[in-house]
Design a protein around this ligand. Structure first.
Ligand code: NAD
Ligand code: UDP
Ligand code: UDP
Length: 343
């Protein structure tokens, strides 16, 4: 029997990425909602390598098992298929609450569900945090500033959001998420952290989510025209995902409980961004202009003074480096999908 067990164990031996050893006093049980998504899966990697126990809860609406498959079977890792609109009873020390569709195409697909996830779902996570005494970090967004009249945006700006427009399910959903966090903090003494995340990109982002980074890279790689919505003078500021993950972990660890912008302050007009991506990919895609998107924010750039001061954080990865890694990822994914189509 012993030999049979050893054979079975041998057969199941998997190589996992190296993780640090933490003793029971420093090791935490950390819940990541939306952990099978783009940002969440990078956060999983970071916290697993640090030696913590990580529990991912995801309904796989936009997330994929593939993003975390390299941890499946590791004794510190658990993946739970669950929708956070329903209550969840587990015991944890910290909660990173990231579950929510993030790209306009995904969050507008089922606006009611987007609102439920960001309201009922957030109440459940705050209720869980209250019961077990966990600290909770809420993934908010620069969209709480709407189409901003103040530029760049500091955390003190209250925003300019259309409450009944097509983006409202997400923008207002996240604004309620923030309000709920501070209501639970005040009334129930829950320890909350609020990250206002600005546009983020990198490997494992969805290739077909209709966002500007994915659209432009795919179009350039396929030598198709690059589609600019509106005049292309609208701006965004793009941060690489590893910078965001460092910011989230620093925010969770800090004593600062007010909202913190996490983003890269280097700002691009969308039409210049198109040229930048075309130059990096090579090829000769034309730029084509189509109708503007309703309620599209015209300018967006974070003021990160608070993150610099409170977290000693600032982005490290240049757009050039980050885009190159993302383009490499997209190229591999395209190859992979062309192979699987042939097989
Ligand atoms: P993503 O779509 O890749 O990940 C979101 C994850 O949440 C997915 O795995 C999805 O399946 C899961 N999810 C959605 N609804 C759920 C529900 N009801 N129950 C359980 N799981 C659910 O998006 P992302 O880019 O990784 O974004 C993560 C978080 O960061 C989101 O809260 C998003 O609003 C926020 N954010 C992201 C950006 C960005 O540029 N990527 C910018 C601002 C804010
Ligand atoms: N909740 C949860 N897990 C827990 C504790 C609470 O999902 O471990 C949910 C609970 O079902 C409730 C919500 O969180 O709907 C808010 O909890 P709270 O204790 O604030 O409210 P109450 O239960 O008093 O309505
Ligand atoms: N955009 C564009 N072409 C595309 C996709 C997006 O011109 O193919 C523009 C969009 O109108 C917006 C900006 O790029 O002004 C960023 O859009 P995205 O959907 O990536 O994210 P948002 O910041 O609006 O949530």
């Amino acid at each position: 029997l012993e030999m049979r067990i050893r054979q079975l164990e041998g057969g199941n031996t998997r190589r996992f990425p190296d993780v640090k050893f933490l003793n029971y006093r420093t090791r935490k049980r950390i819940l990541i909602t939306g952990g099978a998504g783009f940002v969440g899966s990078h956060l999983v990697d970071c916290l697993m390598m640090e030696g913590h126990e990580v529990i991912v809860v995801d309904n796989f609406f936009t997330g994929r098992k593939r993003n975390v498959e390299h941890w499946i079977g590791h004794e510190n890792f658990e993946l739970i298929h669950h929708d956070i609109v329903n209550p969840l009873f587990i015991e944890v020390d910290e909660i990173y609450h990231l579950a929510s569709p993030a790209s306009p195409q995904h969050y507008m697909f089922n606006p009611v569900k987007t609102i439920k996830t960001n309201t009922v779902g957030t109440i459940n996570m705050l209720g869980l945090a209250k019961r077990v005494g966990a600290r909770v970090l809420i993934a908010s967004t620069s969209e709480v500033y709407g189409d901003p009249e103040v530029h760049p945006q500091p955390e003190t700006y209250w925003g300019h959001v259309n409450p009944i427009g097509p983006r409202a399910c997400y923008d207002e959903g996240k604004r309620v998420s923030e309000s709920l966090s501070y209501a639970y903090a005040k009334q129930e003494k829950v320890q909350v952290r609020v990250a206002r995340i600005f546009n983020t990109y990198g490997p494992r982002m969805h290739m077909n989510d209709g966002r500007v980074v994915s659209n432009f890279i795919l179009q350039a790689l396929r030598n198709e025209p690059i589609t600019i919505y509106g005049h292309g003078e609208q701006t965004r500021s793009f941060q690489y995902v590893s910078d965001l993950v460092e910011g989230l972990v620093s925010l969770m660890a800090s004593n600062y409980s007010m909202p913190v912008n996490l983003g890269n302050p280097v700002e691009y007009a969308i039409k210049d961004f198109a040229i930048k991506i075309r130059d990096l990919v090579g090829g000769d895609s034309k730029l084509i202009y189509s109708d503007a998107v309703e309620d599209d924010p015209q300018r967006r750039r974070p003021n990160i003074t608070v993150a610099r001061k409170q977290l000693n954080w600032q982005p490290k990865v240049s757009l050039q480096q980050g885009l190159q890694r993302t383009i490499d990822y997209f190229q591999k994914e395209l190859l992979r999908s062309s192979h699987s189509n042939r097989n």
